[in-house]
Design a protein around this ligand. Sequence first.
Ligand code: COA
Length: 180
Amino acid sequence: MTLRPKKPSESKVVTTHFVMPDDTNHLGYLLGGRLLHWMDLVAAIVSQKHSERVTVTVAVDNVEFNRPIGLGDIVTIEGFVTRAFNTSMEVFIDVWAENVPKGNRYHATSAFYTFVAIDSAGKPIPVCPVEPETDREKYLFETAVLRREFRLFMAGRINIESLDKLVERLREVRNTLSNF
Ligand SMILES: CC(C)(COP(=O)(O)OP(=O)(O)OC[C@H]1O[C@@H](n2cnc3c(N)ncnc32)[C@H](O)[C@@H]1OP(=O)(O)O)[C@@H](O)C(=O)NCCC(=O)NCCS
């Protein structure tokens, strides 16, 4: 067990699924719940690999199903950790769908999952920091602070007064982002 900073690439996960009849609704489209399950599993593996601990999902946000994924399509799910806080980690999940015979590949959805590392008693325990490398990882690392504050506000975990702090953070992050 180590708390040395780790790169997102060290715990990155990519999985591929072939959409079968059992995965679809009556219209022949991939069930949203099935896709969320696959995404959750990828995020769980990423967070376990990053923290080297048992982890549990505590929040999922911003999932939109903009385009149906059909029977027989190939679904690729990529996940990597964007930032670790104290005991929690944010994992970015990106989903691509492909109809191979039609030569058609498109972005299906993306989401942010938050996982918490727990000890054998189920109590949250600290996780190692994230050391982003690429521009995309650095962008997601910087903006993770904002997403976390919004998430905690929406969950009723921080009060309305804290939003002033959030606006200050937004300015700080915006200044940092001008480097990208
Ligand atoms: C995850 C769990 C252990 C957290 O316990 P807790 O008593 O709320 O612990 P804390 O208040 O100390 O929060 C732990 C971390 O989770 C974060 N957290 C809690 N609720 C959150 C939310 N809604 N969104 C984002 N982060 C959240 C806290 O900010 C804290 O992060 P930090 O340590 O990095 O600052 C507990 O809620 C749990 O066991 N939940 C069920 C998990 C589960 O079964 N998941 C599968 C459901 S399908």
